[in-house]
Design a protein around this ligand. Structure first.
Ligand SMILES: *Cc1c(COP(=O)(O)O)cnc(C)c1O
Length: 419
């Protein structure tokens, strides 16, 4: 809160919006944020994102714009591209996509036409809406064949995938997920694509930070096109980018602009540049390693308490907890934990008997709490708190005590002190 500052412009002019922003700040400070797709970017990233660069129209690409006055935003976009190429070892990068879904749209159209066959991981098995769900553009405009995880191992079975690909002759196979706790074998996906003559698009939205730090294998050597958001483990602004082999550069750039976007958001591109610089620092690598250690600690602790983890555990930043043996639905778990200031999301588990609105699982991610500086001992505490609440959701005393502990824990690992 601006206790040592004069009143901000928003505060003076629009107290309603200001009040809600302050409440959100307080919520972020005082709650345990365990949503796997969320994070707390640095104030440097937020500053770039909130900067006057947003005023500038710059349709086109650096040095090839359709507007005058682009000399400084050109420098920024070139920096962002250069840093992203270096960070991921990519041949070509487009930093203009506004978010993950349009990045995927541009990637599909760069390689395929309306009605072509695309294979993607089914949503209830960890995939994303934009990987072919029928309510998404991807499911409406392409012929989608979904692959699933194995019912026993809950892992992608690459032999089954190959067999399916040989039958379906997809134009594109999409590898990537929003709720898959284990390592994705991009090398295997490449072999399968080569076998059936398909293009490989990999969507690393969730794991981009892990990939940048080298704690998850990179798809960049294998994929025709790699898409990613920049605001999840990568801890940048809410946005996305596309990396590709040089041979797809023109197609990708044309599909991003003018294909599906207008003017690029130069403030967000500046924030991405800052994020890529941060991600190249040794501290960032350490942060990503700590994410893995923290997730592993939760794996051990939840297992000790008798929770079943989908795919038996995690290699990444997230865990999927199957709550069926505890007789709790995902929906209830989300609500109960919310009462104690612990934020998770309900999530389908593979072959979930419950509806997608209710679900049998909860997804737990550690990127945000790890950004706060929490480590293994705090993970143990978090697991205890979650268990306390889930086992005693109607016991007000227990829930209140957990809420108090959550607040204390957050207080010991403050964020955004300067805001
Ligand atoms: C989050 C996510 C996206 C979508 O990103 P938006 O920025 O919300 O459009 C796409 N793909 C995957 C795998 C994701 O996890």
């Amino acid at each position: 809160m601006s206790n040592n500052k004069s009143k901000s412009e928003i505060e003076s002019f629009d107290p309603e919006v200001y009040a809600s922003i302050q409440k959100e700040l307080t919520r972020e400070r005082n709650n345990l944020e365990l949503i796997a797709s969320e994070n707390f970017p640095s104030t440097a990233v937020l500053e770039a994102q909130g900067s006057l660069l947003q005023n500038k129209y710059a349709e086109g690409y650096p040095r090839r714009r359709y507007y005058g006055g682009c000399e400084f935003v050109d420098q920024i976009e070139e920096l962002a591209i250069e840093r992203a190429c270096k960070l991921f070892g990519a041949e070509h990068v487009n930093v203009q996509p506004l978010s993950g879904v349009p990045a995927n749209m541009a990637a599909y159209f760069a390689l395929a036409k309306f009605g072509d066959t695309i294979m993607g991981l089914a949503l209830p098995h960890g995939g994303h809406l934009s990987h072919g769900h029928k309510v998404s553009f991807s499911g409406r405009w392409f012929n989608i064949v979904h692959y699933q995880v194995d019912p026993k191992t809950e892992l992608i079975d690459y032999d089954v995938l190959l067999k399916l690909a040989r039958e379906e002759h997809p134009k594109i196979i999409v590898a990537g997920a929003s709720a898959y706790p284990r390592t994705i074998r991009f090398d295997k996906f490449r072999e399968i694509c080569d076998d059936v003559g398909a293009y490989l698009v990999t969507d690393i939205s969730h794991i981009a930070g892990l990939v940048a730090a080298g704690v998850h294998p990179s798809p960049v050597p294998y994929a025709d096109i790699v898409t990613t958001t920049t605001h999840k483990t990568l801890r940048g602004p809410r946005s996305a980018m596309i990396m590709c082999k040089e041979k797809w550069a023109k197609n990708v750039d044309r599909w991003v602009f003018p294909g599906i976007h207008g003017g690029p958001h130069m403030h967000t591109i500046a924030a991405k540049a800052v994020c890529f610089k941060e991600a190249a620092q040794p501290e960032f690598k350490e942060y990503q390693k700590q994410i893995i250690r923290n997730a592993k600690t939760l794996e051990v602790e939840f297992t000790k308490l008798g929770y079943r983890l989908v795919a038996g555990g995690t290699d990444t930043h997230l865990l999927l907890v199957d709550l069926r043996n505890k007789n709790i639905t995902g929906k209830d778990a989300e609500e109960f934990l919310g009462r104690a200031g612990i934020t998770v999301n309900r999530n389908t588990i593979p072959y979930d008997p419950q509806s997608p609105f209710v679900t049998s699982g909860m997804r737990i991610g550690v990127p945000a709490v790890t950004t706060r500086g929490m480590r293994e001992s705090e993970m143990k505490k978090i697991c205890e708190l979650i268990n306390e609440v889930l086992m005693n959701p109607e016991d007000k005393k227990i829930v209140d005590k957990a809420a108090k502990d959550v607040k204390e824990l957050c207080g010991a690992f403050p964020i955004y002190a300067s805001l």
